[in-house]
Write a protein that binds this ligand. Structure first.
Ligand code: ZN
Length: 80
C-alpha cells in the first residue's frame, strides 16, 4: 500500500513537471505571436482593409489614403 502511494506521488510530480514545461512553452509562443502584429484597419470611406502602419489615422478614424480622409471629412462636416 505504501509503495502505491510513492508511485502515485512520483507520477504526480512527473505530471507537474511536464505541465510546467508545456505551459512555459505556450507562454513563449504567445509572446512571439503578439510580436507579429499585422493588424488591419478599415478605411472609413471605401471599406478597404490596410495595415495599421500604412493607414492614415485621424483620431479614432482610419483611412487608406489622404484623399479618402478628405472625402470623408467633407461628407461628414456640417460646416460648409
Ligand atoms: Zn479608402
Amino acid at each position: 500500500m505504501f509503495r502505491i502511494l510513492i508511485i502515485i506521488a512520483a507520477a504526480l510530480l512527473l505530471f507537474l513537471i511536464i505541465k510546467n514545461r508545456l505551459s512555459s512553452r505556450s507562454r513563449r509562443q504567445k509572446k512571439t505571436t503578439s510580436l507579429k502584429t499585422d493588424d488591419m484597419v478599415k478605411c472609413l470611406q471605401c471599406g478597404t482593409y490596410i495595415p495599421r502602419k500604412e493607414a492614415i489615422i485621424s483620431g479614432t478614424e482610419n483611412f487608406c489614403c489622404q484623399q479618402h480622409q478628405r472625402d470623408w471629412d467633407e461628407s461628414h462636416s456640417h460646416r460648409s
